[in-house]
Design a protein. Structure first.
Length: 354
């Protein structure tokens, strides 16, 4: 109930903002160069941050400007160690956080702000509208009045989220070869060393590594202990090593599925999990954030997804071999093992055979 009230009030505040806001002049800055100082805004979740990285990489590569990112406490670490990002500012919720951003913008002499959100964010709308920066860029949405320039938002039912993000490059008068586009994330050295050592001990013969991630952030997207056990049993005759991934909270479920030695040590640190995912040959997952990590190394992905009450295209790995089973029900409860096996086994065999 409180959440509904919060959403309602945010909607009212946004309508007032757009009603009272005076649209800035268009095209304040016509040419971007190495002296430009651009603040990209991407709050919310891990996956949201990951799909933003191709755009940041392209802008850094072709313009060479200073890139700042305003991120969330839940996703700021995605931009760490990224050579395309010069500095990260973590947004603190509330009106005090908005004024902290205003101060940051002034201190860093930011000349351009870019809203990387695919949907309207009331928080981001306030941050941009209340800033002193005149050059404000974003996708054309219902809050487009706050931007000095915008570009049409591609239909989310037929265009990948990364392609929708890359449309913003038109405002920089840039284009990229989409076949070369990739997500970027850089696990720290300690996580990489830990993952390599763990897999070396588990898999000294260097067999094909299949990762099965059972965690997806909610009980609705947990496929069930018995069905995961069936899945693993169905591939026992293949020349591969199967490793289960889970969150710390779901570790007790993982131990019901396989022997503990086949469970990658769960961690709160995303860098640890990402480093391990990058060691795999294939990934099975109900989660839509780790798929983007897999796509960095073009690791084939098989997904089981809930697509409930939305027409949006699912978040698939970009430029990466992929197949999935999708349910339009609110949970994975009625997705049977046989239904998954029918698509998964041929996908696995094709991947094993190169």
């Amino acid at each position: 109930m409180l959440k509904k009230i919060e959403i309602f009030l945010r909607g009212i505040f946004l309508k007032l903002l757009l009603l009272l806001f005076r649209k800035p002049a268009r095209n304040i800055i016509k040419v971007f160069n190495s002296e430009s100082r651009i603040l990209f805004i991407r709050l919310n979740k891990i996956g949201d941050a990951l799909v933003s990285t191709p755009l940041l990489d392209a802008v850094k590569k072709y313009i060479g400007c200073r890139i700042y990112v305003l991120a969330d406490k839940k996703n700021h670490f995605i931009f760490q160690n990224n050579p395309s990002v010069d500095e990260i500012k973590i947004f603190n919720k509330g009106i005090s956080g908005v004024f902290e951003v205003r101060k940051f913008i002034k201190e860093k002499n930011i000349d351009t702000m870019v809203d990387l959100h695919d949907d309207v964010s009331t928080t981001v709308s306030f941050i941009i509208a209340l800033s002193s920066v005149q050059n404000r860029l974003g996708l054309k949405k219902s809050n487009h009045k706050i931007y000095s320039d915008n570009v049409e938002r591609l239909d989310s039912a037929s265009h990948h989220i990364i392609d929708r993000m890359l449309e913003l490059l038109k405002l920089f008068k840039m284009q990229v070869n989409q076949s070369e586009v990739t997500v970027n994330y850089f696990p720290n050295g300690e996580s990489i060393q830990k993952a390599q050592q763990w897999f070396s001990n588990l898999n000294p013969e260097n067999k094909f590594l299949l990762g099965i991630n059972i965690s997806a952030g909610s009980a609705a997207r947990f496929w069930g202990v018995d069905r995961y056990k069936q899945l693993i049993a169905s591939i026992s005759d293949y020349n591969l090593v199967c490793v289960v991934f889970s969150t710390i909270e779901d570790y007790y479920l993982a131990k019901q599925i396989v022997e503990e030695k086949y469970i990658y040590p769960p961690s709160k640190a995303f860098t640890d999990i990402a480093a391990a995912i990058l060691e795999l040959n294939m990934l099975f997952t109900p989660d839509t954030s780790v798929i983007h990590i897999a796509s960095i190394n073009k690791i084939p992905v098989f997904g089981i997804y809930v697509k409930y009450n939305t027409r949006d295209m699912i978040w698939s790995p970009y430029n990466t071999k992929f197949d999935c089973v999708i349910t339009e029900e609110p949970t994975l409860k009625n997705v049977t093992f046989e239904e998954v096996k029918k698509k998964f086994i041929p996908f696995l065999e094709q991947t094993l055979n190169g």
